[in-house]
Design a protein. Structure first.
Length: 189
C-alpha cells in the first residue's frame, strides 16, 4: 500500500471514530437532558450506578486515556478510578463540565492524529495497543456506558420520554426520509 493510500486510510479511520464518538456523546446528552437534576443521581437499585456516576466514570476514563495519548500510558498515575464510582457532583453544571473535559481530551487528541501517529503503538496499563485498537477500545467502552445512560434515563423519564433514535414502528418512515442522505454523520462539536 502506498503512502497516499495509508494517509487516506488513517484519515478515514480517525474521521469514522470521531463521527461515532460524537454520535454516542450526543445520544447520552439527549437522554440526560430529559431528566430533572435529582434523577441524574438516582440508581435503579442499590447495586447499580446512577447516570451521574456513569458520566463521571466515562469522563475520568477519557481524561486518563486521551491526555498525552501518544506519549504516556493510558492509565495515568493521577487517575482515581475507584472515586469515579462515588457520586460527588453537587450540580448538573459541575457534572456536565467534568463530562465535557473528558470528551474534549478525546476530541483534541483524535483530531490531532496524523497518518504516522495512527501506525504507532501506545500502552494502557503497560499493555501495548496499536492506535486503531486503542481507539476501538475507547469507542466500545463509551458505547457500553452510553447505552447504560440511555436505558436508565428511559426508565426514570417514564411517560415523559422522547425517543432519541428511531421510534418503535417508525423504521420504514425513517428509512424513506433519510435513505442515502448521510444522516449518521454527527455534527462536529
Amino acid at each position: 500500500m502506498g503512502s497516499v493510500e495509508s494517509n487516506d486510510l488513517a484519515q478515514i479511520l480517525v474521521e469514522g471514530a470521531l463521527s461515532a464518538f460524537r454520535a454516542n456523546k450526543g445520544w447520552a446528552e439527549k437522554a440526560v437532558s430529559q431528566l430533572r437534576d435529582e434523577k441524574l443521581h438516582r440508581p435503579l437499585d442499590p447495586n447499580t450506578n446512577s447516570i451521574a456516576v456513569i458520566m463521571k466514570h466515562v469522563a475520568g476514563n477519557l481524561l486518563s486515556r486521551w491526555t498525552d495519548f501518544l506519549t504516556t500510558d493510558g492509565e495515568k498515575s493521577w487517575r482515581n478510578r475507584d472515586d469515579e464510582f462515588v457520586d460527588t457532583f453537587a450540580s448538573r453544571d459541575e457534572l456536565l463540565a467534568y463530562w465535557e473535559s473528558g470528551w474534549n481530551a478525546l476530541f483534541d487528541s483524535l483530531e490531532s492524529l496524523t497518518a504516522e501517529d495512527v501506525s504507532k503503538t501506545i500502552t494502557i496499563r503497560g499493555e501495548p495497543h496499536s492506535v486503531p485498537l486503542a481507539i476501538q477500545r475507547s469507542l466500545a467502552h463509551c458505547g457500553y456506558h452510553v447505552g447504560q445512560i440511555i436505558l436508565i434515563a428511559r426508565v426514570l423519564a417514564g411517560d415523559d420520554w422522547e425517543t432519541i433514535t428511531i421510534p418503535r414502528g417508525g423504521s420504514g418512515g425513517f428509512n424513506r426520509q433519510v435513505w442515502g442522505r448521510g444522516h449518521f454523520r454527527a455534527p462536529e462539536s
